[in-house]
Design a protein around this ligand. Sequence first.
Ligand SMILES: [Zn+2]
Length: 129
Amino acid sequence: MVSWVWKHFEKFGEIAKCKHCLKKVKCRGGSTSGLVRHLKFIHHLCEKQEHDSNFQYLLQTKQISDSEKTEKVEKLIIEMIAQKHLPLNIVECESFINLIKLLDPVFKLPTVKTLKLKVNQFIPNIKSE
Ligand SMILES: [Zn+2]
């Protein structure tokens, strides 16, 4: 059974990423209690509000597409790193940051730590160095 919280989070193994603020919350063993807490205290959302028209509106706003975009860009960065065996700290490289900023001034690059986690998830056989 899929919990309602998954409408607000994207799952990455034991980590779930909030679609509203992109914060990562642990969901060890598929437990959603931390996620429910996050939605409740950070976004004042609970199960009932799912059908709320304001909330439906919120789902259709830019925030979702931004999070989808972030996801796609992150995946491409990971692919690039994997294909060319680039160091993960390329995301801390000034030229790379400037390139991303030029393309999208508001895009938030993943940190090396986040990247390491995702690289291991998406491409288990590549080295994280
Ligand atoms: Zn959030």
